[in-house]
Design a protein around this ligand. Structure first.
Ligand code: FDA
Length: 583
């Protein structure tokens, strides 16, 4: 069997899910090894939209500034354009990702962090670097082969691809963050629903100075309606900004049941020039690749000591930008639970809440991303190009929207409605930050969850109902202003209460000692270290001043009490023991 290396957690994969898991575990003081098959991180830009929830998580991990330093900022993300070519006639525009003035308010009110755009080629190195700095042993060119688990741990066979040498890593837990073709998901017999390879996409990356075309309408997405017959295309392509405004990626669809499209530099340059509408554009093609679109999700994400996270559990098209976000969020949910169990603070049943909480999210985001992709049909229908059988016909039909007839007018109204409907993909704050957990790691208070007053996919509604994410409010003092998310610790539990709730804080000190956990108290009120500067917390807390809101390390509400309990220590101990699975 040879030499055996031991660690607490082995993570397979250094993509967004794996590197985030490594970072969060190292931050929690858990020894871990992260292996990845390749020499380095992602070699193509791939996922890029980074939503508010993920930014909050990266903020909690202390790396939000590093990400923002390399990202395309929020204000340059969203004047999304639909056009005949990037320099050609416009079909319409719609501000996205919360950049429309009315939605900007929603986004600013909901979170201390705004969305940004960072391609995977830049995000992964930041995650890997910080994880490694904090203790992760990162092993590139190392391939997962197989594993066996027993009552105490998992023995994993891996291969050093440089030397060809196989060895065993013995860990307490194994995280399979090995992507959409996950071998670990297969090896543990993960149950899946849905299908793989329901469509194909082709990415072309290139360099060209297009600043003049973005200046008045900065956006990371330019949708181009052009017939794509030569590669069996769907008739619309995407020009996506990778670095403003010099590096780009074109996405074309292709028929996955047909012949694989072939591409060379000349063909790629031709597509770029067509899409930009500049026949003599100076282009440097930097790469092209094919990849499959999927609609598949795991219905269970754990088998004993083995967990799957990221695309290993949810496979879907890039529409909505949910891939990398959900991957990071999986890792955030799992890391504190593994840490609590390894630190002896929680029973092993806490680990079961990972799949209970995240598998429904996997299903939801896979279906949502695919629905968003299908919703483009409305635009094709409105334009009248859906049934086009040739390039010429497509181009002819594309003119229908300009006809000076009643039919043309109806088409224009329908077109605007179809573009606006894309808010379900592009201004879907509810989908992005409204995740809700129901499991034994959440204790409800007998009340009902407040009714949503707006569309829950588009809008976020703050509430401290257990299982929801901690509402953001600015709190602080005369010199410092920070979010409730900053006040809550990412390494333990936090309770929020008011002046007359001070006995909760006293009780918390004793409970923390007795349970051997980190339990921070944030008492908010006039004359205290932490004040409710704008009264926002008062309006959001949904409990009396002497009640509490108890928050988990992943900033979801664990439990709340409407008012001061007769025995706050007993009440807190009961809630925490239940959440932590301590029987
Ligand atoms: P991810 O696939 O990123 O990482 C898997 C990791 O596992 C890698 O580090 C790999 O080396 C490792 N691994 C796999 N098998 C292993 C083994 N046996 N042993 C060791 N290591 C192993 N999304 C989007 O929003 N917009 C886009 O344009 C694209 N484009 C795109 C292009 C291509 C080519 C791909 C592959 C994917 C996309 N995506 C995308 C999807 C997006 O990249 C995806 O959702 C996230 O990367 C998921 O992150 P994970 O960490 O789960 O897996």
């Amino acid at each position: 069997a040879g030499h055996v290396v031991t660690t607490e957690v082995l993570i397979v994969g250094s993509g967004p899910a794996g590197s985030a898991a490594a970072l969060f575990l190292s931050t929690q003081g858990i020894e871990n090894i992260m292996i990845t098959k390749y020499r380095w991180t992602a070699n193509t830009p791939r996922a890029h939209i980074t939503n508010q929830r993920t930014m909050e998580i990266l903020r909690d991990a202390g790396i939000e500034d590093q990400v923002l330093a390399e990202a395309t900022p929020h204000e340059l993300m969203g004047d999304t354009v639909y056009c005949e070519s990037m320099s050609g006639e416009e079909i319409g525009r719609r501000p996205t990702w919360g950049t429309r003035p009315d939605r900007r308010a929603d986004y600013e009110l909901a979170s201390p962090s705004l969305p940004c755009d960072i391609p995977q080629t830049l995000l992964e190195p930041i995650l890997v670097k910080n994880a490694t700095k904090r203790g992760t042993q990162t092993q590139f060119s190392t391939e997962y082969l197989s594993h066996v688990q027993d009552a105490e741990g998992v023995s994993v066979r891996v291969r050093n691809r440089l030397t060809g040498h196989d060895y065993t890593i013995r860990a307490k837990y194994l995280i399979g963050a090995d992507g959409a073709r996950s071998k670990i998901a297969e090896d543990i017999g993960t149950p899946f629903e849905g299908a793989m390879d329901i469509g194909g996409s082709m990415n072309i990356t290139f360099k060209a100075d297009l600043a003049h075309l973005a200046a008045e309408r900065p956006s990371i997405l330019y949708w181009v309606f052009q017939p794509g017959a030569n590669i069996g295309g769907l008739g619309a392509g995407l020009i996506r900004c990778v670095r403003p405004w010099s590096e780009w990626l074109i996405v074309w669809g292709f028929d996955i049941n047909g012949e694989e499209p072939t591409l060379d530099d000349d063909e790629a340059i031709r597509i770029v020039r067509n899409m930009t509408g500049i026949p003599d554009l100076e282009v440097e093609i930097t790469g092209y690749s094919l990849w499959g679109n999927n609609e598949q999700w795991a219905t269970h994400m754990q088998n004993g000591r083995v967990f799957i996270a990221g695309d290993a559990a949810h496979r879907h098209p890039p529409s909505h930008g949910l891939g990398s976000n959900t991957s990071v969020q999986d890792a955030y949910n799992l890391a504190w639970k593994i840490a609590a169990v390894i630190h002896g603070q929680a029973g092993a049943e806490l680990l079961e809440t990972y799949s209970v909480e995240r598998a429904p999210v996997a299903k939801q985001i896979v279906q949502r991303a695919n629905q968003s992709s299908r919703d483009y049909k409305r635009i094709f229908d409105a334009l009248g190009v859906t049934g086009a059988t040739s390039n010429e016909e497509y181009l002819e039909l594309l003119k229908l929207r300009k006809e000076p007839t009643a039919e043309g007018a109806a088409r224009r109204t329908e077109l605007r409605a179809a573009l606006d409907y894309k808010d379900y993909e592009f201004n879907a704050q509810g989908t992005e930050i409204g995740q809700f957990y129901q499991s034994t790691a959440v204790v409800t208070d007998g009340l009902d969850r407040p009714e949503m007053t707006q569309d829950p996919l588009l809008h976020h509604q703050k509430s401290t109902f257990p299982g929801l994410r901690l509402p953001h409010a600015w709190i602080g003092d005369s010199r410092r202003k920070y979010s409730t998310h900053d006040a809550a610790t990412g390494t333990g539990f936090t309770l929020f209460t008011g002046i007359t709730g001070a006995p909760w804080a006293e009780a918390a000190r004793e409970v923390a000692l007795e349970l051997g956990i980190e339990l921070k108290s944030v008492v908010i009120g006039e004359g205290l270290e932490v004040q409710d500067l704008y009264g926002d917390w008062l309006h959001q807390r949904e409990v009396a001043e002497d009640g509490i809101v108890l928050v988990r390390p992943d900033k979801h509400i664990a439990w709340r009490a409407q008012s001061l309990a007769a025995d706050p220590k007993a009440a807190l101990t009961a809630a925490l023991s239940s959440i932590l699975g301590r029987g």
